[in-house]
Design a protein around this ligand. Structure first.
Ligand SMILES: Nc1ncnc2c1ncn2[C@@H]1O[C@H](COP(=O)(O)OP(=O)(O)OP(=O)(O)O)[C@@H](O)[C@H]1O
Length: 630
């Protein structure tokens, strides 16, 4: 209540008689604008923040107080002064001038008097106006006073209300503070509750984890218990097994000793068997000749056949009755031949190989071996050497390889490590072709000597592939066959007019026995042996005949124990040199067919085979060497 401004009593007209009663003050009051009056009133009614209003004079009032009350304007006074200063000095004797000057001065004063008169009128008018304004201001003041009183009453009421509100506000504030405190408390409680809840959750999770672990531990314990039981059993079994193991070890040691003894026996037996085989072969001769008669094919069923009588396992008789009596050869032509064996048209590939296999065995025993098929075109040489499709139809070459790989296992058991390498070549028109090289640009191949003794030879630039299984070998053989066929397609009937040679090189080493050997197995499918008269291709036939006749010459020279054997006269004899006359075993298969039209060629083949059969080479020597350091 102390802040409520009191009504300034000093502002009333009655308490300030000197101000409004004076005419000039009335003029000032009248000259006040409405805004000034309002300000004045506000200054009186404004709360007393800056001290009592009586001490702050209204700015307008100050300005109004400066209204000039003098009768002569200052400018005019200056003018007069100026005129007085600039007037020329009139000598005292010049009365006329002095009179004129006085006249002039009178004129000026008169003018000024008139001006002042006008001014007086003006000021009088202004005074009237100010008087009126003062009157209206007094009226307004009364109204304002009334308003002020009303406002003061309102103010008092409002102040009372304000006080009430203040009390309410205090109560509210108090309540608010109380509420704030409670809210804070609640927040603290909530936060601690949250913490507790989180802790509870964590505890719950820990509890769940522990429960899980407990369960798994329980299971593990159970499993461990089972394991422990099992371990106990195993331990008992282990003890038993240890006893058994000791016994077994003793038995194994005994068996090992026995096995070693057996192996030694086996090795010596194998050696004996090998020596026996060799003796038998020596007895049979190192060049052995078999004759195979090929059956007519279904397509050849209508072809007339000559008579062929198998006298015994080693002898045949061929007979042709010449019906054309005009011919010089009229009558019966009968010839008997004996070889190491005869394969009739009914003999299977297996039957043939059964006779050939000792030769392959010889190669595995360390001897050089050559097996070749001789005969006219279409007599069954390729069928005998390579065979047809399917294992039953396999010829000597794939069967020899199967046998090598089967024996390899037995040899391994006896401590032998074998390395097998294969190469395939073709001699056509006295030129050697590598059948494992499919590129068109063939390099030249020469037959060269391995050592100065000239007992062993090799073909230069020939591709040699190591073979690890019979499957590997079949793949190589098919590759070589295809190469040969491709060449045959380019050059019609080339396959019949070329000699095909499959060379197998066996290298064996026995670390235990400190022994090693290398042997060569040459498997040859010769070109057709028909004479030049029956063929159109003279050039090819010349080469074929030359190589075959050189073969025959070599065999004849060997037969007659000639000092010089013409091996180098043809590529074929040169290549087969180690297998024909040297330290080797040779098997020749003479293939014939029974067709009437082929009787002459068949006779030629049989005669050539007989020559070969009568040929005796020097006793074959095994290529075995003792190894000092492996
Ligand atoms: N013992 C046999 N049993 C069944 N068929 C055979 C027999 N011998 C050969 N043949 C078949 O006779 C045909 C000619 O045989 P092959 O091609 O082996 O004769 P070749 O003497 O090699 O001829 P070339 O000199 O032209 O190579 C082939 O179709 C072959 O399958």
């Amino acid at each position: 209540m102390s802040r409520i401004p009191k009504l300034p009593i000093s502002n009333t007209k009655e308490n300030r008689p000197g101000l409004l009663n004076r005419p000039i003050s009335r003029t000032i009051a009248n000259s006040l604008s409405d805004a000034d009056k309002k300000n004045l009133l506000l200054n009186h009614t404004r709360p007393l923040r800056n001290g009592p209003t009586t001490s702050a004079p209204a700015p307008r009032l100050k300005r109004a107080a400066t209204v000039p009350t003098t009768t002569i304007p200052a400018a005019k006074v200056t003018k007069i002064e100026k005129k007085v200063t600039v007037a020329p000095k009139i000598p005292p004797y010049d009365y006329k001038a002095r009179f004129n000057d006085l006249l002039e001065k009178h004129k000026v004063i008169k003018g000024e008097f008139n001006d002042l008169k006008d001014k007086h009128v003006e000021v009088s008018d202004e005074y009237e106006k100010v008087k009126e304004t003062a009157q209206s201001s007094a009226n307004e003041r009364d109204i304002l006073k009334e308003k002020l009183l009303n406002t003061l009453n309102d103010l008092r009421e409002k102040t009372a209300e304000f006080e009430r509100m203040k009390i309410d506000y205090e109560i509210q504030k108090h309540e608010n503070e109380d509420l704030h405190r409670k809210t804070k408390l609640l927040e603290e409680v909530t936060s601690s509750l949250k913490k507790k809840t989180a802790e509870l959750d964590q505890l719950q999770a820990d509890f769940n984890d522990l429960t899980r672990r407990h369960t798994s531990l329980k299971e593990e314990t159970e499993a461990l218990r089972v394991l422990s039981d099992h371990l106990k059993k195993v331990s008992i079994e282990f003890d038993k097994l240890q006893l058994d193991y000791k016994e077994s070890q003793e038995t194994i040691t005994k068996y090992k000793t026995d096995a070693e003894a057996l192996q030694n026996i086996l090795a010596s037996m194998y050696k004996e068997q090998r020596d026996l085989r060799n003796t038998i072969q020596d007895l049979k001769g190192n060049i052995r000749v078999y004759c195979r008669v090929r059956p007519p094919l279904d397509s050849e069923a209508s072809k007339p056949l000559f008579n062929l009588n198998v006298i015994d396992a080693c002898s045949i008789e061929v007979e042709k009755i010449e019906l054309n009596f005009s011919s010089a050869r009229k009558g019966k032509s009968q010839h008997a031949f004996s070889f190491d064996g005869i394969f009739t048209p009914h003999a299977s590939q297996e039957d043939v190989f059964a006779e050939v296999s000792p030769m392959v065995q010889s190669a595995l025993d360390g001897y050089n071996v050559c097996i070749f098929a001789y005969g006219q075109t279409g007599s069954g040489k390729t069928y005998t050497m390579e065979g047809g499709c399917g294992t039953e139809q396999y010829g000597i070459i794939p069967r020899a390889f199967n046998m090598i790989f089967t024996c390899m296992e037995d040899l391994k058991r006896m401590g032998w490590e074998l390395t097998i390498k294969a190469s395939f070549l073709e001699i056509y028109n006295e030129v050697i072709y590598d059948l494992l090289n499919s590129s068109k640009d063939q390099v030249s191949h020469e037959i060269k000597m391995v050592n100065s003794k000239g007992t062993d030879i090799y073909v230069s630039n020939l591709k040699e592939e190591e073979v690890k299984s019979s499957h590997d070998f079949i793949r190589l053989m098919i590759f070589a066959q295809r190469n040969r066929q491709t060449a045959a397609t380019l050059n019609n009937e080339r396959s019949s007019r070329s000699h095909s040679v499959a060379q197998i090189k066996i290298s064996a080493i026995n670390e235990k026995r400190k022994e090693k050997f290398t042997s060569n197995l040459n498997l040859v499918d010769l070109a057709g042996s028909e004479s030049g008269k029956t063929t159109q291709r003279m050039d090819e036939t010349k080469h074929i005949n030359r190589s075959l006749s050189e073969l025959s010459k070599v065999i004849l020279s060997l037969q007659t124990n000639q000092s010089h054997i013409p091996y180098r006269n043809s590529k074929l004899t040169h290549l087969l040199m180690p297998s024909l006359g040297g330290n080797s075993k040779t098997l020749m298969l003479v293939n014939i067919n029974q067709f009437d039209e082929c009787f002459g060629e068949t006779l030629n083949s049989l005669r050539f085979a007989t020559k070969v059969n009568s040929c005796r080479t020097i006793k074959a020597k095994k290529n075995l060497t003792m190894v000092d350091t492996l």
